[in-house]
Design a protein around this ligand. Sequence first.
Ligand code: F7E
Length: 327
Amino acid sequence: MAKKVLITGIAGQDGSYLADLLLAKGYEVHGIVRRIAIEDSTHKLKNLVHLHDRLKLHVASLDNVLSLIKTVREVMPDECYHLAASSFVSYSFEDEMSILNNNINATHYLLAALKEFVPHCRFYYAGTSEMFGNVEQSPQDERTPFNPRAIYGVSKVAGYHLVKNYRSQYGMFACSGILYNHESPRRGYEFVTRKIISSAVKIKLGLLDSVSLGNLDARRDWGYAPDYVQAMWLMLQTDAPDDFVVATGETHTVREFVETAFNCLGLDYRQFVKTDPQFFRPTELVDLCGNARKITDELGWQRTRTLQQIIVEMVESELALCEGRKG
Ligand code: F7E
């Protein structure tokens, strides 16, 4: 019988790539979506369009514990990937209460529901490099202390400890992936990489004059999203649950990303890119760079794309989208 998987955040970048991967592996894939996503499926479910009727979507809300219990009981999953969260770091400076409530409660409700009704289910939790925050050592690995500097990171550290507790107290197979930034053509427009690519392509096509960004000297460890969902799956196929850092071990500045993207289109970014204080963060993390040695050595994980290749793929996909060659 096919293994059953339940994915929260299935309509997002990671959720949709994970659905692709697990369908290809023969899983029966279930996903949780909000009612509003079904009502506005053209926009909110656009990453799942190519999967048509191969998925089983359940309307539920992560802040409604009853809807989660109902879904868990209906699906009785063998694996559950909890990817849904308020994940845009900038918003977390503006709306601390709802980020904390949503992110922490959703993780707790889901773990509690699984423990009650399907305790053998293997659980993946989407941790983040934002948990390391203002670091004292670089690169970071699984032993680096957490020092989050945004509420989003604080909420994710709380979820990480919930996962650890359910693992040690109740014996659940629950793992946290500590993932650094990961990008692709399915990245949301609010994140810097997609914002840069979509603006550069619009400028190239004469649809936009310029783009305003924040801190061009900010550095990030950027990987390729499909590689990172492969890492999530690997974590749930081991003999014992554990936590793993997933990263490239390389950092680049936003400016380097901008320059490469504009160069791909034959443009000089200095003519089109402005900076605007509204896009600067109150605290900027300077030294986030991950050491993925553990997952590489223990699970054989490897990245398949350089940043240059990711940028080229994003540019080509955005051009196709803007020129109406892609849905
Ligand atoms: O910012 C700088 C900004 O919003 C990247 C999420 O997936 O990865 C992501 O969080 C950098 C920052 O991602 C603009 O200051 C400059 O230094 O693309 P981002 P993020 O905040 O790193 C982590 C691992 C997660 O877990 C998160 O969920 O780019 N930056 N100018 C800008 N950023 C944005 N968004 N917009 C700008 O105009």
